[in-house]
Design a binder for this molecule. Structure first.
Ligand SMILES: NC(=O)c1ccc[n+]([C@@H]2O[C@H](COP(=O)([O-])OP(=O)(O)OC[C@H]3O[C@@H](n4cnc5c(N)ncnc54)[C@H](OP(=O)(O)O)[C@@H]3O)[C@@H](O)[C@H]2O)c1
Length: 225
């Protein structure tokens, strides 16, 4: 069966991604900052758990070393943070903004770079990143400047990687999960994690080089950049 690696697997969408892929008998490599403190993850049988703070370059290198020679079909950059919701003019926490950029932008690039040999060796050769519609410049409104700017930058990073990696047969998907009832999305959101992840998994399954570098909603529709 194919192998998938998921970051931010302790809770929310990352945990549900692990659950659904494991239920279909995929080999799942679940990366979480503190896997031993993630009871939801411990409850999924047969998952390989790896400790990973995605912003820690040494931890990323160590993970790549531990996974040396392991083919990975699908790498999913899911870990993300939001920052203050009211961040804007007059109330910006610049240190927090920098952290949002480290988690949401720099880390997905670092993961892609570190795991490139694994993706090259994998059968499916797919790099998927959970972004957000809030990163769409075409649809932008005010508020949440750190989060919006980070996801817009993330989209550009992934678009660049789609171009750069096409020659190696690696396809790149930029996904919007919908508004989902997780700690980040809150209890009033539209979708359950199960619904969102089922949709994103379908989009990942449909990903090929012809569709690489597109910004895709959980329901498969394309989103304007
Ligand atoms: N929920 C929504 O409505 C929605 C909408 C659009 C996009 N998204 C995107 O979907 C992705 C998942 O969000 P979610 O709703 O599942 O959020 P969540 O419930 O807040 O979970 C966030 C996950 O990211 C992990 N994480 C944060 N910083 C990390 C770091 N430095 N290293 C490793 N892991 C880290 C968290 O780990 P810990 O448990 O260790 O904190 C947690 O597993 C994010 O990229 C988010 O931007 C969500």
């Amino acid at each position: 069966m194919p192998t998938v690696l998921v970051t931010g697997a302790s809770r929310g969408l990352g945990l549900e991604l692990c659950r659904q892929y494991a239920a279909e008998a995929w080999t799942v490599i679940a990366c979480a900052r503190s896997p031993d403190k993630a009871p939801g993850l411990a409850a999924i049988a047969g998952v390989r758990r790896e400790a990973l703070d995605v912003t820690d370059r040494d931890q990323v290198s160590d993970l790549a070393r531990r996974l040396s020679g392991v083919p990975i079909d699908v790498v999913i950059n899911n870990a993300g943070i939001y920052g203050r919701r009211d961040a804007g003019i007059g109330c910006m926490d610049f240190a927090e903004w920098e952290q949002v950029l480290r988690v949401n932008v720099l880390a997905p690039f670092a993961m892609a770079e570190a795991l490139l040999p694994n993706l090259r060796a994998g059968g499916q050769k797919k790099l998927a990143t959970v972004s957000s519609r809030m990163g769409s410049i075409a649809e932008a409104s005010g508020n949440a400047v750190p989060y919006r700017s980070s996801k817009a930058a993330l989209n550009m990073v992934m678009k660049c990687l789609a171009t750069e990696l096409a020659g190696q047969g690696i396809a790149v998907a930029v996904l919007h999960p919908g508004w989902v009832r997780t700690d980040m999305g809150g209890p009033g959101a539209d979708l359950s994690p199960a619904e969102s992840v089922a949709g994103m998994r379908k989009a990942i399954a449909a990903l090929d080089l012809a569709r690489s570098g597109q910004f895709v909603n959980y329901d498969g529709k394309t989103i304007p950049w």
